[in-house]
Design a protein around this ligand. Structure first.
Ligand code: FE2
Length: 244
């Protein structure tokens, strides 16, 4: 049985595109294995990406569905608006692009490309529990007013995109934006960088940086703290409390 949505199709990539993927993968893997949290490292094994060739979105979507009940959706090669984004998330669908950066953009691409999405995010979505936690952001966001929506998007951002966590006494990367970026991973772990224990109001009031690196990172006790964050925010704001 396949659950691949009809909007997802396997694009035709050039050899240069495959080469860009392979170069990014080879460069990022040692750092991500050294700094990444256990959920990422185990998930990357289960995800079985080919280090040499760009992934086929249909294959990956089917594998995710078997493992966690998530599928891939079409992000239309752009930043989705936050409402559209959380509508996908509420449906257990992770939006991905087909876009791979150009060779001169190896160090930085302003658009999230598929290396960020497949390498940075999808390992986590092989895990059903993480998938349940991520999905809970969807209905919470959709039930919220405009101010709350901005804040919920920031709670997502400073956990799943740029979060750090302590694991066995070691600081580890949780966020996909760290795991897929040489520069921002180094920035997040640099001695001079500001890192503080996750504080809901502080994160909710901190603007996300899209085109530059962040000035502050938040540290979780573990992935389960995201559940506590979601439940506390829902309680404080009078929103439906997710059953997690
Ligand atoms: Fe992302």
């Amino acid at each position: 049985m396949t659950m691949t949505p009809p909007s997802i199709s396997a694009p035709i990539y050039s050899e240069q595109d495959h080469h860009t993927w392979a170069a990014l993968y080879a460069r990022q893997l040692p750092q991500a294995e050294q700094r990444g949290c256990r959920l990422f490292r185990d998930g990357l094994q289960r995800l079985r990406l080919d280090p040499q060739r760009l992934p086929d979105p249909c294959d990956v979507s089917d594998r995710l569905f078997e493992l966690s009940g998530w599928t891939l959706g079409d992000a239309q090669n752009a930043y989705l608006g936050p409402t559209e984004w959380f509508e996908h998330i509420a449906e257990r669908r992770f939006p991905v692009t087909n876009y791979i950066r150009q060779p001169h953009e190896i160090d930085f691409t302003p658009l999230p490309d598929l290396f960020h999405e497949y390498f940075g995010h999808l390992a986590f979505f092989t895990d059903r529990r993480f998938g349940d936690i991520a999905q809970a952001f969807g209905p919470l966001y959709l039930a919220a007013d405009e101010r709350q929506r901005l804040e919920i998007a920031r709670l997502w951002w400073f956990t799943t995109e740029f979060g750090l966590l302590y694991e066995d006494g070691e600081l580890r990367a949780l966020g996909a934006g760290l795991l897929s970026s040489i520069g921002e991973m180094q920035k997040a772990f640099a001695p001079a960088t500001q890192r503080i224990p996750f504080a809901i109001r502080r994160a909710a009031e901190t603007a996300s940086a899209v085109y530059e690196m962040h000035q502050i990172y938040f540290i979780l006790d573990g992935v389960e703290q995201i559940v506590a964050i979601i439940r506390q925010y829902a309680t404080d704001e009078g929103l439906p409390i997710p059953a997690l």
